[in-house]
Design a protein around this ligand. Structure first.
Ligand code: SF4
Length: 321
C-alpha cells in the first residue's frame, strides 16, 4: 500500500480559494482536508468540500459524452466517444457558420472554478473562431462597477482585518454557506465583544452566528443605506473632519438625502420598523471600526450597481474606511 499526501486547491467557484491536503492510497484519493499551512483555510474546509473524494469517485459522475437519443426532456441518452462528440460539434458548428457566420455562436460561461486556467482556457479558441464575445456580466461586474465608482482601483480591506472591528455587518452574504473562513476573523472580533449584524432578504443559517438579523425587502438594500445616512446626518453622527478632508460630494448628497429618505419612507421601502432604523444608525454611527462585508446577491437586481455604490459610500460618513 502506497500512501501519499498531495497538496491541491479547491476547484469550486468560491472566494475562499482553499488549500487542500489530499490523502491518496494506491493512486486513489481517500480523504480531503484543509491545509493547516494555508493562511486563509487554516486547516478547515466547508461542507461542500469535506468528503470531496466521494464526489470525485462517485459512480454518478459524468465522465464521458452522452448523446440525447429522443426528445429533449425525456432524459434518455447514450454514451458516445469523444471522437464522435467532437465530430458532431464540428459538423453542427460548421453548418451554423456557413449559413450565418461565426458570430452566430456565443460562448456562454463565467468563472466556473475561478481558476485562471480553467476560467480562461476557452477564450483564445473562441476568438480564433470569430465567435460573438460575451460581456461576462453574469456574476459580479455590477458589484465591481458600484465599488469602483466610489473607490477606484483601491482594493477591499484584507478579510482578517475584520477581527479588529467592533461592529461587523454581513450585508447580503450567507457567510456560513459561502464565506466560512471569513467568519474566523468575525469570531475573533466577537470574542472581543464586537456586535455582528446580518442583513439579508431571507433567514439563513448565518443568522445563528450573529447578534442581529435584519430582513429587508429584495432590492431595497440601497434604500436602507440611504436611510441610515439620513439618520447619521440628522443626528450628527458623522465624521466632519473625514468628510472635509477626504470626501467629495457630501453637500450634494446631504441635500438629496435629508428630504428624500426620512425613516418613514425608508421603513416602507425596506420593511424595517422606524425604531429599528434609528437604532441601527445609532450603533453604526457610534462604532469605532465598523466593517461591512458585502455579498453579491444584492447586486443582481436592476439597481444592483447603484446599491453597492450606495453601501460603499456609507463608511465615508463615519470615516470608517
Ligand atoms: S470554503 Fe469550501 S468551497 Fe470555498 S474554497 Fe474552501 S473548501 Fe472550497
Amino acid at each position: 500500500m502506497v500512501r501519499k499526501i498531495r497538496r491541491s486547491v479547491c476547484p469550486y467557484d468560491c472566494p475562499d480559494t482553499c488549500g487542500l491536503l489530499v490523502e491518496v492510497i494506491d493512486g486513489r484519493a481517500v480523504k480531503v482536508s484543509g491545509d493547516p499551512e494555508h493562511p486563509f483555510t487554516r486547516g478547515t474546509l466547508c461542507v461542500k468540500m469535506n468528503r470531496y473524494q466521494d464526489t470525485v469517485h462517485s459512480p454518478h459522475r459524468l465522465t464521458h459524452p452522452l448523446l440525447r437519443t429522443v426528445a429533449k426532456g425525456s432524459g434518455e441518452f447514450r454514451p458516445i466517444s469523444w471522437e464522435e462528440a467532437i465530430d458532431r460539434i464540428i459538423e453542427r458548428w460548421q453548418k451554423i457558420m456557413d449559413q450565418y457566420s461565426s458570430e452566430a455562436i456565443l460562448p456562454y460561461s463565467y468563472a466556473g472554478t475561478m481558476g485562471l486556467i480553467q476560467r480562461n482556457a476557452g477564450h483564445p479558441f473562441f476568438y480564433r473562431l470569430g465567435a460573438s464575445r460575451l460581456d461576462r456580466t453574469i456574476c459580479s461586474p455590477a458589484k465591481e462597477a458600484g465599488w469602483k465608482v466610489v473607490m477606484g482601483e483601491t482594493l477591499a480591506p484584507h478579510p482578517d482585518e475584520v477581527s479588529e472591528s467592533d461592529l461587523v455587518i454581513l450585508w447580503g452574504i450567507n457567510a456560513v454557506a459561502t464565506n466560512i473562513h471569513f467568519l474566523h476573523g468575525v469570531k475573533k472580533a466577537r470574542q472581543k465583544e464586537a456586535t455582528i449584524w446580518y442583513i439579508d432578504t431571507y433567514q439563513t443559517i448565518t443568522s445563528s452566528v450573529v447578534d442581529q438579523t435584519y430582513i429587508v425587502r429584495p432590492g431595497s438594500d440601497g434604500a436602507l443605506a440611504l436611510g441610515l445616512m439620513h439618520l447619521l446626518i440628522r443626528n450628527d453622527l458623522i465624521d466632519h473632519d473625514f468628510l472635509t478632508t477626504h470626501v467629495q460630494g457630501f453637500e450634494e448628497l446631504k441635500e438629496k438625502i435629508l428630504p428624500d429618505f426620512p425613516p418613514e419612507k425608508v421603513s416602507s421601502l425596506t420593511g424595517l420598523p422606524r425604531k429599528t432604523l434609528e437604532s441601527m444608525a445609532r450603533v453604526y454611527g457610534t462604532a469605532q471600526n465598523p466593517f461591512i462585508r458585502i455579498g453579491s446577491g444584492l447586486s443582481r437586481y436592476g439597481n444592483g450597481a447603484m446599491t453597492i455604490r450606495t453601501i460603499v459610500c456609507l463608511p465615508a460618513l463615519v470615516g470608517a474606511y
